[in-house]
Design a protein. Structure first.
Length: 590
């Protein structure tokens, strides 16, 4: 079947949902554009920085739409087929993800831009508050591990693509060094843009256009630059040559951890906000190229990915013994349908930049639906590829070639288009890594009660210590077996966030059913997945012990699974207790 009617139909459904259901959700949340936001009242030029809606939307969008809405749909599409994957993306984004993101952002704004944990602290018990803090911190560590290893893999490998140019089959080979050059140019241009916007009168739109044009030039030249530097100065730039396995994956893991440390402690105006503008351009371009490519190229889906009843109930996913459609579809497509990480971004950084409550709808509800479209295009990248067209069928390579084919139908050079896709993929992850580390710092400082710059540096080091050790001790490509654990913890965080938002709404006398229903769904899927994962971890642990192999990673996963279940149980029980008391209490104003 043709992809265009399918993708256009998905886009139309999301637009209608934004206009109609989005309006209802804003009303139920009590959005009031006449109220002053914390970003305006507490503007300090560092953490609290009111910004135009477009800039906040760009930063928020790039922070939440990282590798998740690309990797998850690709893995789920390969495992279960595109029909259940697409249905969950659309319905989940509208009725779960968008409600979750909007509720978290509004709750944070009404609590002086405090984290979602502050909402729990205000309306539930101190025990639930501390447990929620610990749960979020553990979930953020999982995000850092999964995404850092994904980026390191794209930097350290040689990607080969079987393509057809002018009717002739050819192989395009791209070194990870070219992606490295593009990624570092992306960060350098973000820093330059931040400095110019801070200390000159340059309009942000002008700076953005110049930055994007310069970045496009670097992408075009990056394969030649990587080859020239690696061959001309091998002692200095040898890491740009990925034609042979040189053990670069672990080294890039640690470099990225170092980047996270630096990027998470610098002022938001220097890196986070300008990088959000440039990164958002990548995302918007991906959506536009995908739609335009579908119109011009009139792509059809790969017959192998059409409805396959055998794979609609069980599939193959790394890290699981039996990948049942329920619950593993719902946690494999974490970002793109619903993600607990979004609540941490919304209440950690985005709420400190919102100038008016009317911006909640485009920034939270709208960005979630835009992320759903990114997920749809990621899924369509799988659908348009012929079997064997990607020699290394990893999510970044599949996404790059799919987007490359869409762009190529518009007359764009295929090599440049594929490289654009690879760089877009890595830039999405960059945007999440440093935001995630910054949020981990906030949460740990709040948990330990240690404010200040020195304490923030210590909290950042503690947040990154376990990811650094895990990535160094694990085999390259650890993200593959880690993804299911990451998705489970991420979705469970979303469920607990919805529980917290429901308690806040209940105490203020507002409707809660539209929040409680998705919370119940996510609690059911994630707890089931955790139990199944725990059973698989225990079986794998026994195998490793009998084979006298290193069983430490399995011990770590077993402990984390048990801890997550216990922490979730504490929060849910306390929410039920508070909810029972709300029935006869007078509503509060918040």
């Amino acid at each position: 079947m043709s992809l265009f009617p399918l993708i256009a139909g998905c886009g139309l459904v999301l637009v209608v949902a934004y206009v109609a259901y989005g309006r209802l959700v804003m009303r139920w949340l009590g959005v009031d554009q006449t109220r002053r936001t914390p970003a305006v009242e507490l503007n300090d030029g560092n953490d609290f920085c009111p910004a135009p809606m477009g800039m906040v939307l760009g930063g928020h969008f790039t922070a939440i739409a990282a590798a998740g809405p690309i990797v998850g749909p690709i893995l789920a599409g390969l495992a279960f087929g595109w029909v259940p994957a697409m249905l969950w993306i659309i319905l989940g984004a509208i009725f779960v993800g968008a409600v979750h993101d909007s509720g978290a952002l509004m709750a944070s704004i009404r609590h002086k831009a405090g984290s979602i944990t502050q909402v729990v602290k205000t309306h539930m018990s101190r025990t639930a508050y501390l447990v929620f803090l610990l749960f979020i911190w553990l979930s953020l560590i999982y995000v850092i591990i999964a995404f850092a290893d994904l980026t390191a893999s794209s930097f350290a490998k040689l990607s080969s693509f079987n393509v057809t140019i002018a009717g002739q089959p050819q192989t395009i080979t791209l070194s990870g060094g070219a992606v490295v050059i593009g990624a570092f140019a992306y960060l350098a241009l973000s820093l330059a843009l931040g400095l110019l916007l801070k200390y000159t009168k340059l309009h942000w739109a002008v700076g953005l256009v110049v930055s994007v044009v310069l970045l496009g030039v670097v992408i075009w030249l990056s394969p030649m630059m990587a080859g020239s530097l690696a061959s001309g100065w091998p002692g200095v730039f040898g890491f740009l040559d990925t034609t042979n396995d040189k053990g670069l994956n672990r080294h890039w893991d640690l470099v990225l951890i170092g980047y996270c440390f630096i990027a998470s402690i610098v002022p938001m105006w220097l890196l986070l906000q300008p990088r959000g503008l440039i990164g958002a351009t990548f995302l918007y371009a991906t959506l536009l190229f995908g739609m335009a490519g579908c119109v011009v190229g009139f792509f059809t889906g790969d017959p192998l990915l059409k409805v396959n009843l055998d794979r609609m109930f069980t599939g193959e996913l790394a890290g699981t013994s039996t990948a049942l459609l329920f619950p593993f579809l719902f946690i494999t497509i974490a970002c793109g349908a619903c993600s607990g990480f979004h609540s941490v971004v919304a209440s950690g950084t985005t709420s400190k930049q919102i100038r008016s409550e009317r911006d909640v709808k485009p920034v939270a509800f709208g960005a979630m639906l835009l992320e759903a479209m990114v997920a749809i295009f990621a899924l369509s990248c799988v659908m348009v590829l012929a079997t064997g067209s990607v020699k290394t069928p990893s999510p970044d390579a599949i996404f790059a070639q799919g987007i490359g084919q869409f762009m190529n139908t518009l007359g764009i050079d295929l090599r440049f288009a594929i490289l654009f896709g690879l760089l877009a993929f890595s830039s999405f992850i960059f945007d999440t890594l440093d935001v995630c580390t910054r949020l981990g710092r906030y949460v740990l400082q709040e948990l330990l009660g240690i404010p200040g710059i020195a304490a923030g540096t210590l909290a950042t080091l503690l947040t990154l210590a376990y990811p650094a050790y895990y990535l160094w001790a694990s085999e390259p490509g650890a993200w593959r077996t880690f993804w299911i654990v990451f998705g489970t913890s991420n979705q469970l965080l979303a469920a607990l966030t919805l529980v917290g938002v429901a308690v806040w709404l209940g105490r203020t006398g507002r409707p809660t059913w539209f929040v409680i229903a998705p919370a119940a769904l996510m609690l059911m899927t994630t707890t089931t997945a955790l139990v199944l994962n725990l059973r698989g971890f225990l079986a794998k642990y026994s195998e490793l012990v009998q084979a006298q192999q290193n069983a430490w990673p399995m011990v770590s996963n077993i402990v984390i699974a048990v801890v997550l279940l216990a922490l979730a149980a504490v929060v849910v029980v306390d929410a039920l207790r508070v909810g029972w008391g709300i029935k006869n209490a007078r509503p509060i104003r918040a």
